[in-house]
Design a protein around this ligand. Sequence first.
Ligand SMILES: Cc1ncc(COP(=O)(O)O)c(C=O)c1O
Length: 374
Amino acid sequence: MKLFEVYQLWDIEPVKGSDTTLWDKDGEVYTDLYGGHAVISVGHCHPHYVKKLSEQLSNLGFYSNAVQNHLQKDLAARLGRICGYDDYALFLCNSGAEANENALKVASFHTGKPKVLAFRKAFHGRTSGAVAATDNPKIQAPFNETANIVFVPLNDLEAVDNELAKGGFAAVIIEGIQGVAGIYEPTGDFLNGLRTLCDKYGCLLILDEIQSGYGRTGKFFAHQHHGVRADIITMAKGMANGFPIGGVLISPAIKPVHGMLGTTFGGNHLACTAALAVLDIIENENLIENAAKIGEFFEQAFKDDKAVKEYRGKGLMIGLELKEEYVGLRNKLLFEKHFFTGAAGAGVIRLLPSLTISQETAESFVKAWKELTV
Ligand SMILES: Cc1ncc(COP(=O)(O)O)c(C=O)c1O
């Protein structure tokens, strides 16, 4: 049997990792500034993470959500404390799309309303509800088409007001920082204005922090730079450093009903152990502070760079929009200098490195970049 080929792949196969270093099957060494789409938050194969997962695997790998699992409660308690939403409740699932899917359902169950307001260029995942709220018709099948989702431009509060005034909205869903779009931030005024409008029209504010959360921007969640509180927050990527997991934080105003949500794999023993190990490392190694510090270094290094048209983002969620003559730079960084980076279209390089990235590694990337752009 062959694979169902939906991905465009580099002809490189990493077989070993350590922090921000990768080795391919031929022994070539690479530096990872992308973390496999912002997933690697505490570095590849961190010893504490490996130890905790190995110990758990040798005790119990999985049992379903029909029995007690103290690891879920430990994770909820730890996460609540570190992220500043201690009074919220946690629902565990397996991916970012699934987290958004559940968030949209919870909002609709709670309000009894069917519609959702989303933003132009948004990406929320590929399951039915999440992809319908994603502004990319190319990844929506006819099956996903629905009149229940309305898109308006990011940072246009008047457009939001006009739509919500029509009624029937369960939620507004917005990324903490738009990632796949190419790193675009909602302004603080806009987010706070959304909060006010959601309250005015009786709908819930869902913050999709799947890419921008987990300390990446220098705060636990990107929206916390603006002092706004959401009703529901979704997370996934950095949460378990590559072990599949997703989480939905739900306001205490929303009451659970048995059977309302559910999953076979969500919150399993290995996933919770991986997520707890990630929180240990984030706290013990002050990684949120490191994300802010190295982010500041990158901003200073790149904001006036000759190849960069615009520097966007916060902390270690960075978009480098290239001037037209430098559009091939990502390939050169990979093949000539052995740095993994991400992209958003041809013209934007995305940096989403592990929060453990050292000053030395950051400097080596800047040096390689400058050598390629002299
Ligand atoms: C903001 C955001 N939401 C949702 C998703 C979907 O997550 P997953 O691929 O884990 O389903 C992504 C993935 O890139 C994302 O960036």
